[in-house]
Design a protein around this ligand. Sequence first.
Ligand code: HEM
Length: 192
Amino acid sequence: MAHARSEGDEPLTLNEMVGFCSQLIGAGADTTTKQISSAMLMLCRDDELMTRVRSDFELLPRFLEESLRLESPVQGLFRVATCEVEVGGVTIPAGAHVWVVYASGNRDESVFDRPDELDVDRERLRSHLAFGHGPHSCIGAPLARAVSRIGFEVLLGRLDDIRLADDGFVPDFDPSYIMHGMRSLPLRVTTA
Ligand code: HEM
């Protein structure tokens, strides 16, 4: 950022650089943390899936796409309609502020069969909107996919047994309609 230059633009100011760094903390760290904990809860609640993933790490990317679809860390973001448009029989006027709920699209039954079920064998696994869509879709998606995959490879590789510390665990979600994830996920683990 310090050295970034684009033709016709002034270099970034210190305020812009600090602003972008703070955006990256939310955009880059909070999201992946939330995805990893949601995905871990799914594994802990499904012994068959845990055994399947443990016996074949090649399944991890497929499982992680499903976890992004079902428990999207970013539930939705805002847009301003640049022109009048009709969506689902509703006319959205130009200039209207719209809350685009990616998480709802991710359970669209016209796109995904049995949308509420986790299915690592489904086709078009990456057709979800958890990273948004269009010119401003998540620039960090490849990094996020690598972080969660490597995280699970290391955790599952080093820990023989991972289970919920309390069988009756009830997730405590952050009170946000944008970000979706648990405040904590207490686990009991056995090292390999
Ligand atoms: C599981 C992890 C992540 C999820 C679910 C996620 C989700 C999203 C979503 C939904 C958007 C908005 C897309 C839109 O408006 O259409 C976005 C944008 C963005 N994300 Fe991510 N993200 C993740 C990880 C990351 C990481 C690791 C980074 C960087 C280190 C990052 C950096 C950004 C940036 C800079 C934008 C703004 C892009 C733009 O406006 O052009 N994200 N992300």
